[in-house]
Design a protein around this ligand. Structure first.
Ligand code: HEM
Length: 453
């Protein structure tokens, strides 16, 4: 059974039709040839855009000369009301300084320290599903989103999602995401200069609400740090780490920008991946049983221990395969700063360069049986080679996701805990269809039936 894949559009469409398709969903706005082309050029009256699928080109843009391909200002424009000058939207020296402070918080040793908080969030998710494990169809993204938000609050601020401020931030984020459909369009299609760049009033209001709540949390933490009684979590680590080059720590305002992106980048993505992983396991009950057996054999009836994670190989490969088929960040946009030559073609400065994990991960000239769900593929020669050269769910190079190690513990852990406790089955009348807004989600949600194991 081939997991759901959006239909491609016809090869040639007008710009306006393209923009309309784009607004509905980035994935079905693309032609089928992107699954087998090494590079595709899009010419419009306003801009040129190059989607790069050839591993050597992806490597050039992300790893070899990333400074020549910064993030485009258009991406940050849509996100600025919420994220200010967070690490996700900055470039150059500002960005480099922010990464020098943030990266140490996500190093291996620190992940071990955050593990108990992740287990507590996993247990919370297991408990929340108990009343709905009755075989009635349920929308699962709602639950994975709740679980991923809980992980972020517990690891960052040592508070559960039930905490009043945490719950208000979570609710405000949901409202915010509903209020800004223009974001994609502005971020991915470089609109002509005269096109109105409005941030809807509601978007600005919810962004202000979220930032005010995060400021409350950050101010309170600053007070605790000064008094020497702050918990040893990610927020304390980031707020007390000086830049090794200048010796300066983040100001409270800078920290608010970073917390906003940790919440957005860390919670949307993990929620999407976990929901698709459960959906894929529902479609493949043999793999679901293997995940459950492995979890039972590894944890027994005890709470998971950090050392167990190395033994959760099936859960890890299932999660890896989910990130291949449904990469939560389906496309990334960069911009050329000078003239370039890609595959014997001259590219002018200011052109848009699109790196698409979605297409790279399903490329017919790279992967064996690219649209099939097969977690065992990583033990084959083709799977292992593609893992090194054509697998970038967390991007690559200097701007690689700082939360990648964190997510690769969180995902398999939550998956194993949920599947150890429950059996997930598909709802025949409600098949899922991927669409990409900020992340890859189900067009009408992701519906599953849940029963106790
Ligand atoms: C399955 C989960 C996740 C996936 C698939 C994912 C994917 C990505 C990708 C593809 C990027 C690069 C985007 C671009 O360059 O345009 C990115 C950046 C980022 N991610 Fe993640 N992410 C995940 C989880 C997390 C978590 C848990 C955190 C933090 C707690 C996080 C924090 C960030 C930050 C701060 C950036 C910006 C880095 C920079 O621009 O230097 N992510 N992520």
């Amino acid at each position: 059974m081939i997991p759901p894949k959006p239909p491609a559009r016809p090869d040639r469409v007008s710009l306006w039709r393209y923009m309309r398709l784009f607004r509905a969903d980035i994935l079905s706005a693309q032609p089928a040839r992107l699954y087998h082309a090494w590079m595709a050029e899009f010419r419009t009256p306003f801009f040129r855009s190059y989607l790069c699928n050839q591993p050597a080109l992806v490597d050039l843009v992300l790893r070899q000369r990333p400074d020549a391909f910064p993030k485009s200002a258009r991406v940050s424009e849509g996100l600025r009301p919420l994220l200010g000058r967070s690490v996700f939207v900055t470039n150059g020296e500002t960005w480099a300084r922010q990464r020098r402070i943030i990266d140490p918080a996500f190093e291996g040793g620190r992940l071990r320290d955050t593990f108990p908080a992740m287990v507590a969030a996993g247990q919370g998710a297991v408990d929340r599903l108990a009343p709905v494990a009755d075989g009635v169809p349920r929308e699962i993204e709602f639950h994975t989103s709740h679980a991923a938000a809980d992980v972020i609050f517990r690891t960052l601020f040592s508070i559960p999602i039930e905490n009043e401020t945490a719950a208000r931030v979570f609710e405000a984020f949901r409202t915010h995401q509903r209020s800004q459909p223009v974001l994609n369009l502005a971020a991915f299609v470089p609109l002509p200069r005269w096109f109105p760049r409005f941030h809807r009033r509601r978007t600005r209001t919810t962004a202000r609400t979220i930032r005010a709540l995060i400021t409350t949390l950050t101010d309170a933490r600053k007070t605790q740090i000064t008094a020497g009684r702050a918990p040893d979590d990610l927020a304390t680590k980031i707020m007390t780490t000086p830049d090794p080059e200048t010796g300066a720590c983040f100001t409270t305002r800078e920290m608010v920008d970073q917390v906003a992106i940790f919440f957005l980048a860390g919670h949307e993505t993990s929620a999407s991946a976990l929901a698709w992983a459960l959906y894929l396991l529902a479609l493949h009950p043999d793999w679901q049983d293997r995940v459950a057996e492995e979890a039972q054999a590894t944890f027994g009836d005890a709470p998971p221990d950090f050392r167990d994670m190395a033994r959760l190989r099936v859960a890890r490969d299932v999660f890896r395969e989910t990130l291949r088929l449904y990469p939560p960040v389906p496309m990334m946009v960069r911009e050329t700063t000078g003239p370039e030559r890609f595959r014997d073609r001259d590219i002018e400065p200011g052109a848009q360069v699109v790196i698409s994990p979605w297409h790279l991960h399903r490329h017919t000239r790279l992967w064996d049986d690219p649209d099939a769900f097969d977690p065992a593929r990583y033990a084959t020669e083709n799977g292992a080679a593609c893992l090194r050269s054509a697998y970038i769910p967390f991007s690559a190079g200097q701007r690689v996701c700082p939360g990648a190690g964190f997510a690769m513990i969180e995902g398999p852990l939550l998956l194993a805990m949920l599947v150890r406790a429950y059996r997930f089955t598909p709802v025949a009348a409600r098949p899922a269809m991927p669409v990409a807004h900020l992340t890859v989600r189900g067009r009408d949600g992701i519906w599953l039936k849940i029963a106790r194991r």
